[in-house]
Design a protein around this ligand. Sequence first.
Ligand code: FES
Length: 485
Amino acid sequence: MESIWSSTCRMKERESLKGDIRADVAVIGGGMAGILAAYTLEREGVHTVVLEAERIGGGQTKNTTAKITSQHGMFCRSFIEKKGRETAEKYIQANQAAVEEYKKIIYREKIDCDLEETDSFVYSDDEGSLILEAEAASKLGAPASLVRKLEIPVPCAGAVKFRGQAQFHPLKFLEALKEELTIYENSPVKEIEEERILTAGGSVKADKIIFATHYPFVNFPGMYFTRMHQERSYVLALEGAENIKGMYIGSGPDPLSFRQYGKYLLLGGKSHRTGENKDGCRYEELREAARRFYPRSREAASWSAQDCITADQIPFIGQYASDRPNWFAATGFQKWGMTSSMVSAMILRDRICGRANPYADIFSPDRFSSEEIPQIMKDSGKAVKGLIKRFFHIPGDTVNLIAPGSASIVETAEGKVGVYRAEDGRLFQVDIVCPHLGCQLAWNPDERTWDCPCHGSRFDYEGNLLEGPAQDGIRLECKAGASLG
Ligand code: FES
């Protein structure tokens, strides 16, 4: 399940860190946010080193739909209601500035990354909501208008359009941008001591540290795990579908997303909270939508993505925690990782260079508002439920009933284990206690992974860590072909 970005751009590998080095700033995480932060700082003369646990762009950046837009769903009206006009204006302006900054960098550096300037649309079958949203967006200064006729075959009353947005190939962009940067790949961080970052092969001593790791993996201080959850969504690349020019997303609880890349139409959606995909029919539901809207199309690729969701739908960008003045976080990008990455690079650059940034306050991780409380309670409730379930839920399945290609949680003399039976009959058993904070993992049939419902860590069926905040795998010894009894 390789995305079209990975399959059409092989990134040149960098060496891992060996020895002890010094930098003004160390960035942990080599995705879009980390590389943009390093690039913008280096342009200011700030010597910056990037440490990537695996490969550059190998996390969520390779799985995005790569829309560069300030239109983050149907959000303007609700932002004004919940946050007030000033915050809503700043949010739009920050993201619109990010759209323009991408274009500026790409033209200045002459980066061949299939950039297309295009419009974005949020469609809906509720005409009244569309009218109000278009009015609210215009009031905030967004390049918005209402359109009735769309080029996608989805029944709806129309859409709110944002003019002058963009789409590109995210890995081609990163590959060009990283050329001049100091980067160490395959260098997972083992420990952080205030200003010193330790890896297996060496260390970096830095005045400032930026955590650009999708989900911050240091639990205390910061406690980001109490303030975010993760969601998964799925993408199909279709060949033979009618080409479209714009970028689209629906409003409502189960929106579909559309954009074109070359001959491929990318159809995305079917989001769910990570760890809550018992039925495993997300790809099939997307395929059903593809058959309905594009009956002559053929599936060329499929993949999935994971996003950090904050309670108030605004990313956390700024000082990591009150007692860590030299640590900075960039996380909680919702489903808008491209513009949020650029916003975080600009805010952190200004902060580190001692300049004021007009948008910094609304993204600051130390913000807290009463509206977050219900969501935090809900997220914490999930964490507690996950922990409790570990002790009280006793499944009746036995390993011999597990069909090839599926998995179950099995009672053994040592306790519960997760067992996956491969198509060839081999069994893979894992510890189903999440190494992050101890929640019970759940099987995701669509991905054949063990996912954590609390904060979204994921592991493959062999127990290897796929995504944090956990830092370790869950592998147990496997007895090939044997019943666990
Ligand atoms: Fe936090 Fe699993 S990701 S307990």
